[in-house]
Design a protein around this ligand. Structure first.
Ligand code: NAP
Length: 327
């Protein structure tokens, strides 16, 4: 038997319960992994509340690091005893031990700790595909401005540092002045407190009236309209989350009026659909972390048994950087 956090119905943090579960043997293409640390992500909130519905009972969580205990038929890139980390479907990482598909699980380089691996896989691979694959038609070159919302959060602090390493001028938004300072200390060229300032007006000011080539928007409902105002003609609105609620339906005509804008809604799981793409992206992430250009800030740690509090703090916007659940 081993411990897992289960929900029996969608709802608030109080629906997260520790349960004893039996974990079997891996089938073809699967591994069994014993976790050493688990990553907390905003998608875990969507799974818990039912914004992204799951069948019940469900163990949520998409990110962790640990040691491979057993390997199923046909798995060649991992062996028993390997240190490994992942961002992966299906949900189920809030546990001590699990059986899961092997294709998104990567060997963890010796220089990267279990805690860092657990904190960075989902958030770091997301920053990777946003900054390197989710580009405007004109591309991005050093010196270009981009706008990145929630820049002091898990994905945000990684993206701020990585954007700087790429020579981009990232304008970060955050909900407090302290979070703005954190974004600035981690590579953001400018930071705007979107609770006290008109971020569209400030973006226009910073870019000399031109606007940015890309807005990376994971806040959703609250920032959507103003984000469109921040784009230059032919700019790209890259929506990738709904921390404030889903974006309501909109009329495409508005995109023409605002300068022939492009809109995309991206999800990591399309980018890591194959073993090859997962490994290529992970290698890029491992390299930028190993070089020290991107530091993984684990600003909160909660024992697995305190997962309810972890969810409360994440939703109350009390966290910065990455959060892990410890075992
Ligand atoms: N599509 C994908 O592939 C993908 C992958 C990973 C993450 N994401 C999305 O990226 C976002 C960041 O994920 P994360 O795990 O790193 O979380 P996070 O950024 O650490 O936490 C979410 C942040 O969103 C901001 N926020 C704005 N309005 C909010 C509201 N009404 N309620 C709660 N938070 C609000 C808060 O920062 P401020 O206080 O500074 O506003 C909060 O700290 C999430 O929306 C997540 O779903 C998408």
């Amino acid at each position: 038997m081993s411990l897992a956090v289960q929900i029996r119905q969608h709802g608030g943090p109080e629906e997260l319960h520790l349960a004893d579960v039996t974990v079997g043997e891996p089938g073809p293409g699967e591994i069994r992994i014993r976790h050493h640390a688990i990553g907390l992500n905003y998608i875990d909130v969507y799974h818990r509340t039912g914004l992204y519905p799951l069948s019940m009972p469900a163990t949520i969580g998409m990110e962790a690091a640990g040691v491979v205990e057993a390997v199923g038929e046909g798995v060649t890139h991992l062996k028993v005893g390997d240190r490994a980390a992942y961002a992966s479907q299906p949900p189920g990482s809030y546990c001590e031990l699990r059986v899961m598909p092997a294709k998104c699980v990567c060997k963890l380089p010796d220089a990267i700790s279990f805690e860092t691996g657990a904190a960075m896989m989902l958030k770091g691979l997301t920053a990777q595909y946003l900054l390197k694959k989710t580009l405007p038609v004109q591309g991005l070159v050093a010196g270009d401005h981009v706008l990145f919302h929630a820049a002091a959060g898990g994905v945000g602090l990684i993206a701020s540092q990585w954007a700087k390493a790429l020579g981009l001028k990232l304008i970060g938004t955050a909900g407090t002045d302290a979070k703005c300072q954190l974004a600035l200390a981690n590579g953001a060229a400018h930071a705007i407190n979107y609770n006290t300032e008109d971020f569209a007006a400030r973006v226009k000011e910073i870019t000399g009236g031109q606007g940015v080539k890309v807005v990376y928007d994971s806040v959703g409902k609250d920032t959507w309209d103003k984000s469109l105002e921040c784009l230059r003609p032919f700019g790209l609105m890259a929506s990738f989350g709904n921390a404030s609620g889903p974006v309501p339906p909109f009329a495409p005509g508005a995109l023409g009026a605002k300068g022939s804008l492009y809109v995309t809604r991206q999800t990591l799981f399309t980018h890591i659909a194959t073993r090859e793409s997962t490994q290529a992206m992970a290698d890029d992430l491992f390299a930028v972390v190993a070089s020290g250009q991107v530091k993984i800030h684990i600003d909160q740690r909660y024992p697995l048994a305190q997962v309810q509090q972890a969810h409360r703090d994440l939703e109350a916007r009390k966290t910065t950087g990455c959060t892990i659940l410890t075992l």
